[in-house]
Ligand binder design. Structure first.
Ligand code: ATP
Ligand code: MG
Length: 246
């Protein structure tokens, strides 16, 4: 599959000393080059395997604010980002995105607060919240405000880097997410997503990288841990619970 997005490859230049965070993470163990084929790339892996650290470093290396938001937001609440981005080299395609958003798992709240703060400054320009559907993101539920972000703020021709977008969403709304993702893909967008969701991972033709104790591996949907785990659990949850709780 050919790259059709804005970042074609991520190269990692291993430092000499890999004993400290973030260079000791599983995700970097065998990392050299990650090809971001197609429009959608997922990273899956156990808690703590390094998905957030990696996609955050890719986002910063591309020019996003470490705290999240669009490329031109420049605010910082608490700088907890790693210096991994300094060891990454991105191969960009000839195309430039017209839109972009980096959503950290923890920082959607900060983005919402920042929009309110910027909109409270009197200015001739239209209010930022207008591009998010007009209703304060703090006055919507987590899932509602997240879908509002996808539906209203993401405009296509964009690079979207999302950390566990399923966190806010019911199963049904994860399908709504996939539908919107598909529309944005058809409108020349690229997504890089860290996820645990077997629903999101099912998106056809996505490239899936699985972070395992032996390093990072390209996997088919049915080979991923979220797919295999949820299938096993749903097929035989009584036995699983019996063994767990006996
Ligand atoms: N600033 C930091 N200093 C030291 N270690 C850190 C720091 N931030 C994260 N870590 C550790 O690095 C590891 C990878 O964290 P990361 O958040 O990238 O994992 P993840 O794959 O996104 O996990 P999850 O699925 O739980 O979101 C974790 O073990 C975490 O404790
Ligand atoms: Mg994470």
């Amino acid at each position: 599959m050919k790259t059709t997005g804005y970042i074609a490859e991520v190269h990692y230049k291993k430092p000499k000393d890999c004993t400290q965070y973030p260079f000791n993470l599983d995700v970097l163990r065998t990392l050299d080059t990650i090809k971001l084929d197609g429009n959608v790339t997922f990273f899956v892996g156990e808690n703590g395997s390094g998905k957030s650290t990696l996609i955050e470093a890719i986002a910063i290396a591309y020019g996003f604010n470490a705290e999240g938001g669009s490329i031109n937001y420049n605010f910082s609440t608490r700088n907890s980002s790693s210096n991994l981005f300094e060891s990454l080299l991105l191969t960009k395609t000839y195309k430039k995105p017209k839109d972009g958003f980096f959503l950290r798992a923890e920082s959607f709240y900060n983005v919402a607060t920042q929009i309110e703060a910027m909109d409270s400054i009197p200015a001739a320009a239209p209010k930022i919240i207008a591009s998010y559907g007009g209703k304060s993101l703090h006055e919507q539920s987590h899932g509602e405000s997240f879908l509002c972000l996808m539906n209203e703020r993401f405009r296509g021709n964009g690079l979207y880097i999302l950390d566990e977008p399923e966190a806010a969403l019911s199963g049904d709304r994860q399908l709504s997410f996939l539908l919107r993702l598909h529309e944005l893909v058809l409108a020349n967008s690229q997504f890089i997503i860290a996820t645990h969701s077997p629903v999101l991972l099912s998106y056809p033709n996505a490239t899936i990288y699985s972070i395992e104790s032996s390093g990072i591996k390209k996997r088919k949907y049915e080979e991923t841990t979220p797919y295999q785990f949820y299938k096993m659990f749903m097929d035989d949850y009584k036995r699983v619970l019996h063994n767990l709780l006996q």
